[in-house]
Design a protein. Structure first.
Lengths: 133, 525
């Protein structure tokens, strides 16, 4: 087992201010022993990828409830590739319709969590993503 | 057990019951615990007001006409995120967000389209807008004027509750103090010019959606209300000149009796605070009027038809709790903005309660129940503690600046989620009674898809507007607004001039951003 804590960036992109989910996930990952950096609200894809680089995280968790995921998530993935950070895993949570979720996974998102997902499953997914890397 | 005799309709109260009656009070009598009117829904039903807006002003206008034809009695406008954040549809930050969560309104032209064929002299409209509320209200009043409506008779509600944005919903633009000045400007303007308009809807809804308890929702909302009162008094207004138009907006969540008790405690506390803390004399200042919306955060993605049942029970709590108007959520709202079928079913849910259940015939029927009265007292006492704590911090703005309500809510929401994880809090279809795989739930319902071209169409309209309007007049009006923002006069008159010249929402908010600065919260979990 790896004893160095996993580093995760929890980010809230877009204009939406509903941060209940992002904060719950951040606390749950922290309680699971990870080092969590929460960006706060209204982050652009550029700000998120820069923060991921500065903080040297292994995983980025994006919380999006506004329906803007199809514009935001591909841009984050593209910036990660541009900056040679393709090893950073991206996990998305929020109101993401099934078709869009499959589409995001095809584009390189590690996992998409829809409403009602358990914290246990999300924590496990972050661990697996890092172990698979 | 034998058979109990049916209650005697002519039953006279015993001496003991009369005494009990005096403590629990009567509907329509101070402190209005049991309702603000003696007859409640026997004389007038609540207003059925479904929150709605999506895609473009044109499509939203069509939906409004549809809802009014279906028997809805008031309108409630949902604006999209760019509008809520004071950006025009063609701003870089608006990309991918135009029309997604509501209707985009960038100028008076969009507002004219939104209410095309809807007489604002007759229909009351509620608008869920906060940071740029004064601007959107100016556009609304300008449309009403153009329709020939008498402003002193125009009725409606502006949400305009900026404090709960810092606390919970987080759609703020400017720092707290200039934001409070804008709110106070609308309260003052309303007191003088639009006596039938509610300039603020002090909202617990979003606080609850952010994960608070019922008690926190009650306490923080009432304390926000006191903050608005303090600012209006400091402006020089007399309590009874504006307090009658302060309105409230609460959540209707799952815990049936706790919700009913929450509304009762809210009325009792507000009436007492208005009388004792501020010396209000007009009973309308003491009567807490509220809109209720069923709990969006209680709706599940799994087994979405269960949401119809949740919503019906929540709506009953709101009605039994004496709401003046009500929005019932649609079953598909964990997925997307509701489709027309789902919205109609949600409205029918209210109509069944109103016309078939008989609930409307009795004000506060649970009043006097030992359990409900105790719950009401407990919530009142708990809220008084919170209010005292926030008073000691120097008021709600200081409390917000130190992150107090935000952290209280985040902790409550995390505690609840952990109970769900452990199975101590049951969510039917999610952590208990799952039906096999949850996959494919979405296939059971048709979700509303927002046409991606909505944003392009809005941008094209804005481009034409900027070409055809009198740009010299726009520049003059924006200049005058900037001078006014730097001074201390009421900003509503220069705002009305600017919107009449078709200055856009984004242009006006940019003037305020320059004058007031912008606000960012310190992220903490």
């Amino acid at each position: 087992m790896n004893s160095i804590p996993i580093r995760v960036l929890v980010a809230k992109p877009g204009l939406d201010g509903h941060d209940r989910g992002a904060k719950i996930i951040a606390r749950a990952l922290r309680d699971a022993g990870m080092e969590v950096i929460y960006t706060g609200l209204r982050q652009t894809p550029e700000m998120i990828v820069n923060a991921a680089l500065q903080e040297d995280v292994q995983v980025i968790g994006l919380s999006i409830l506004s329906g803007a995921h199809s514009a935001i998530v591909p841009r984050v993935l593209e910036l990660l590739r541009e900056k040679d950070m393709a090893g950073v895993k991206v996990i998305v949570g929020g109101i993401i319709p099934d078709d869009d979720a499959r589409d995001l996974e095809r584009q390189g998102v590690t996992a998409v969590f829809q409403p009602g997902a358990s914290l246990e499953a999300i924590v496990a997914s972050v661990r697996n993503a890092v172990q698979a890397a | 057990m034998g058979i109990t005799a049916p209650p005697d309709p002519a039953l006279k109260l015993t001496a003991d019951q009369t005494a009990a009656d005096q403590t629990i009070g009567q509907p329509g009598v101070f402190p209005y615990t049991r309702g603000i009117h003696k007859d409640m829904y026997r004389s007038r039903l609540w207003t059925m007001r479904q929150f709605s807006g999506f895609s473009t002003p044109e499509e939203t206008n069509e939906r409004y006409h549809y809802l009014l034809e279906q028997g809805q009695t008031g309108l409630s406008v949902a604006f999209d995120l760019p509008t809520l954040m004071g950006y025009d549809s063609d701003h870089a930050m608006s990309e991918g967000e135009v029309g997604k969560c509501g209707a985009p309104i960038s100028s008076l032209a969009d507002m004219e389209t939104l209410f095309n064929g809807i007489p604002l002299a007759d229909v009351t409209v509620s608008m869920t807008i906060n940071s740029p509320a004064a601007v959107i209200w100016a556009m609304y009043l300008a449309v009403a004027e153009k329709q020939g409506a008498d402003l002193s008779r125009v009725g409606g509600t502006l949400q305009n509750d900026i404090l709960k944005e810092y606390i919970a919903q987080k759609e703020y633009i400017f720092p707290p103090r200039p934001s409070m000045r804008l709110v106070t400007d609308t309260i003052e303007y309303g007191a003088k010019h639009t006596p039938r308009f509610n300039p603020v809807s002090i909202s617990g809804y979003h606080i609850r959606e952010a994960g608070s308890t019922a008690l926190q929702e009650l306490a923080f909302t009432l304390r926000d209300g006191l903050e608005y009162v303090d600012w209006a008094l400091a402006r020089g207004l007399a309590i009874d000149d504006f307090a009658p138009r302060l309105s409230f907006f609460f959540n209707a969540h799952n815990d049936f009796f706790e919700e009913i008790a929450k509304y009762r405690a809210a009325r009792k506390l507000w009436a007492t605070l208005m009388r004792d803390r501020y010396g209000a004399k007009d009973e309308r200042s003491m009567k807490l009027r509220f809109h209720a919306q069923t709990a969006g955060c209680s709706l599940t993605w799994q087994q979405p038809y269960n949401n119809v049942v949740r919503t019906a029970i929540q709506a009953m709590a709101a009605v039994l709790g004496g709401a003046q108007s009500l929005h019932t959520n649609s079953l598909d709202e964990a997925y997307a903005l509701p489709n027309e079928h789902a919205v109609t079913l949600a409205l029918r849910t209210q109509q069944v309660i109103a016309y078939e259940s008989g609930i409307k015939d009795v004000p506060d029927p649970f009043g006097g129940s030992e359990f409900l009265e105790q719950l009401t007292c407990d919530l009142e006492a708990g809220a008084r503690d919170y209010i005292r704590k926030i008073d000691e911090m120097g008021g709600m703005i200081s409390a917000i600046e130190r992150g107090y309500p935000q952290t209280e809510i985040a902790s409550a929401s995390y505690e609840f989620q952990k109970k769900v994880e452990r199975g101590e809090a049951v969510i039917v279809g999610v952590n208990k009674f799952q039906s096999g795989s949850n996959q494919g739930a979405e296939k059971q319902i048709d979700t509303l898809k927002i046409d991606q071209s909505a944003g392009d169409r809005q941008c094209e309209k804005l481009r034409r507007l900027r070409e055809t309007r009198h740009n010299g007049e726009v520049a003059r009006a924006l200049g005058a607004l900037r001078s006014a923002a730097d001074g201390s006069d009421n900003l509503m008159p220069p705002l009305l001039d600017a919107v009449r010249a078709y200055a856009t929402l984004g242009e006006i908010c940019d003037v305020f951003r320059e004058a007031f600065g912008t606000y960012e919260e310190r992220p903490n979990i």
